[in-house]
Design a protein around this ligand. Structure first.
Ligand code: GYE
Length: 355
């Protein structure tokens, strides 16, 4: 039954009046018992579950890796260690070969700082200085920086950790080995020429320092020094020049295997016998170095471990997870090898080595 329009209007208005009346006429009419206000408990605000800090794993690493170049067997083994370990562990590796130019390393570092996908920058430093600007940029951009292989002269607050050799101790071991070889060779004079690593590299600077700290033990004198830039041909030329200057040489302190091999080639071409007329000490103990230990032309080879990737990646994960217990320097574990061990033993050792 349809309600007439007038009746609807009347009812609406009266309802409105009643509502209004309640509020106004309450004072005068019978007390209206209002239900006690329903006190609704304040809503329980459950804090949203705090975003549990992300726990980084190796697979979360996107690494900008800045290598020196490809100057030696040691370097090739070091590069392979990073590429193979990254592939095995699922680390994203952006590998940059600086071709032994400092400016290339600095610009690559800058590029990796700008790259939003990169969360870790790993540097094998060509030089002990020259990185302050990009280290500061990385810090500001919250990129984790890990040094591998070589130290730099920067405040340790500018990087997470350094994983690499105690090159000064290697120098100590080199001097001790040269003393033993010269003593065994029963030579009276101990004039040693030095073929040093690339200028500015901590490996060379510290090996030279460590060798000089210990050479006094048997009265060694370093009579000439020049860089062979870690390579065979350049070191051969340097040794040829030394031999032209003076034949009064009893030993060669070569900063890596390639430089020792270059010196051995020059000694032989000069009609002398390496390991007999002139004692040769090298560094790295790569497979190539072992060949000259086994032939007796190199008397001692001071090991330097290039297989650093697993330790470096593990440290990077710890760094991203905010671990503050990792020391600023993690020295590599390494030893020394001598021709005196004999070919059979050295060949057995060589079979077990990856580089
Ligand atoms: O001795 C040499 C390489 O930094 C330890 O660099 C490394 C040195 C190594 O070129 O062979």
């Amino acid at each position: 039954m349809m309600m007439s329009r007038t009746l609807r209007i009347a009812l609406t208005l009266s309802a409105a009046a009643i509502l209004a009346g309640c509020s106004s006429s309450a004072a005068t009419t019978a007390p209206v018992v209002t239900a006690p206000p329903v006190v609704t408990a304040p809503p329980v605000v459950t804090a949203p579950p705090s975003a549990a800090a992300k726990v980084f794993t190796l697979k979360d690493l996107t690494v900008g890796f800045i290598q020196t170049g490809s100057e030696s067997g040691w370097r090739a083994a070091n590069t392979a260690s990073f590429k193979e370990t990254a592939a095995t562990e699922g680390v994203t590796l952006k590998f940059y070969d600086a071709q032994n130019k400092l400016e290339n390393q600095v610009s690559a570092f800058h590029t990796f700082v700008q790259d939003p996908s990169v969360n870790v920058i790993i540097l094998a430093a060509l030089d002990v200085t020259g990185y302050d600007t990009v280290l500061a940029e990385a810090k500001a951009a919250k990129k984790l920086v890990v040094l591998e292989d070589r130290r730099i002269d920067a405040d340790s607050s500018m990087y997470y950790t350094y994983i690499g050799s105690d090159f000064i101790n290697e120098g100590h071991e080199g001097a001790k080995a040269m003393c033993d070889l010269l003593t065994a060779a029963k030579v009276t004079k101990k004039n040693v020429v030095e073929i040093s690593g690339a200028v500015g590299a901590s490996a060379g600077i510290d090996r030279a320092k460590g060798f000089r700290e210990n050479m006094g033990a048997c009265g060694i004198t370093v009579t000439a020094t020049q860089t062979g830039n870690w390579g065979v041909p350049e070191s051969k030329a340097v040794m040829e020049a030394f031999l032209k200057q003076s034949k009064d040489i009893q030993g060669v302190f070569a900063h890596n295997d390639e430089e020792a091999i270059g010196a051995i080639q020059a000694i032989k071409e000069a009609g002398l016998v390496p390991g007999k007329d002139i004692q040769v000490v090298g560094f790295d103990a790569t497979a190539d170095g072992f060949k000259y230990l086994i032939s007796g032309e190199m008397g001692a080879d001071i090991e330097c471990n290039p297989l650093l990737a697993p330790q470096v990646f593990d440290a990077a994960v710890k760094g991203l997870n905010g671990d503050t217990t990792v020391p600023k320097w993690i020295p590599s574990q390494e030893g020394q090898f001598f021709a005196a061990q004999g070919a059979p033993a050295l060949n057995d050792i060589l079979k077990t080595r990856k580089y």
